[in-house]
Ligand binder design. Sequence first.
Ligand SMILES: Cc1ncc(COP(=O)(O)O)c(C=O)c1O
Ligand code: FES
Length: 399
Amino acid sequence: MNIIYFDNNATTQVDPIVLEAMLPYLQEYYGNPSSMHSFGGQVSKAIQAARSQLASLLGAEDSEIVFTSCGTEGNNTAIRAALAAQPDRDRIITTQVEHACVLNVCKQLEKQGYTVTYLSVDRHGQIDLTELEAALTGSTALVTTMYANNETGVVFPIEEIGALAKSYGAAFHVDAVQAVGKLPLNLKTSTIDLLTLSGHKLHAPKGVGALYVRRGFRFRPLLLGGHQERGRRAGTENVAGIVALGKAAELAQQHFQSTTLEQQLRDRLEQGLLATISDCQVNGHPTQRLPNTTNIGFKYIEGEAILLSLNQYGVCASSGSACTSGSLEPSHVLRAMGIPYTILHGSIRFSLSRYTTAAEVDRVLELMPPIIERLRAISPFNSDRADWLQDREEALASK
Ligand SMILES: Cc1ncc(COP(=O)(O)O)c(C=O)c1O
Ligand code: FES
C-alpha cells in the first residue's frame, strides 16, 4: 500500500540529497572533529560548512549558530540561558499554546520562584499584543513564543512581539521549529535574541537541531563539558546529523518558491473537505497560518476514529501533537482557542510537504466524506448527546 504522508509537522522524510550528503560521515569520515590530526580536521571543516549553510538560511552569522540535538534541547537551553543572563529579573512571558518543551520548563520555573504569564489566544489562535504589553514589566527577563504553531499552523507576529519585549529590556526567544524552511527569516534585522530549530522538521534526520544566539548575547550553556561549539554546547558533535541539517537548510532555501504550490494543495484539501462534509470547521487563522497546515474539526466524532480509518488506507495524519496523542487529553492548543467540546475531540491535522502531490490530495478528498459519514452514523455523540456534553462543559467552565 502506498503511504500518503500528511503528517509533516510531526516529522518529515529525509531528503535523498540530504541522506547522500551525510552518509560519508557515518562511514569513512569518522574522526573526532576536536582531534588534532587532519583526519579529524576535515570533519571539523564539514561542521563549519554546515554552519554557514544554516546561517545563510536564517540570515545569521556563522558564529551565531550552536548545534544541538533537537528542538526540545534548544528550547530548554534558550530559556535557561535567558534567565541566567539577567538574574535580577524574575518574570517570564509565554503563551498558552506553546509546545510541551516550553510549557513544562515554565511550569518547573514557577516552582523555582519565577512568575510566568501565559498569554491567551483568540478563537483564531492569535495572541493580543495589548495583553502582552500589559504583562511586560521591568522585571521581565524573557518573552518566549513560537513563530508558528505545530497543531494549527497559526503564525505569531514575532517582530511586533520582539519590539515590545525589547522596550522593556527583556530577552526574546522564538521557537521556530515549525517555521524554519516554511517562512522567511532574516535574523540580521530582527529583534530575536535566541531562536530554536529542529532538523527533522525540514527534511534532515531526527537527533539534530540548532540554536541561534545573537552575537553579544550573554549566553550560559545548559550542557557543560568539553569545548565543542565554542563552549556553548559540550558533547562530541552529531557530525552526520549536522552535515545533514546544513544540506537541508540549503535545499529549503532552494525550495522556498515551492511553498506556494504547497499552499495551493493545502487550500485545495481544506476547501474540498469543507465543501463536501457538513458540520466541520477550520481551527486556526484564515490567513496568518503556515502554508502547509490545516487543522479541521468534524463535529460529533472522535479524531482518533478518523485517524484509524484513514490509516487503513495508508493515510497518515494527526490529532493534537504526536507527543501528547497517547494521553487522550484534549489538545491544550484548541482548548486555549475556545473551540467547543463537540468539535475539539473531532479535530485532526493534515500537514503537507514539498513532496505532496495533487493526486494525494484528491485521494484524501475522495476517502474522507464516506469515512465521516460512517463514523457519524455509529457515533454515540449524536447531536442530542453533543448538546448535553456542551452544556456540561459550560457548567464545568463556569464553576
Ligand atoms: C513547535 C515545536 N517546538 C518544539 C518541538 C520539539 O522539537 P524536537 O522534536 O526536535 O525535540 C516541536 C516538535 O514537535 C514543535 O512542533
Ligand atoms: S515532540 Fe513533536 S509533537 Fe511532540
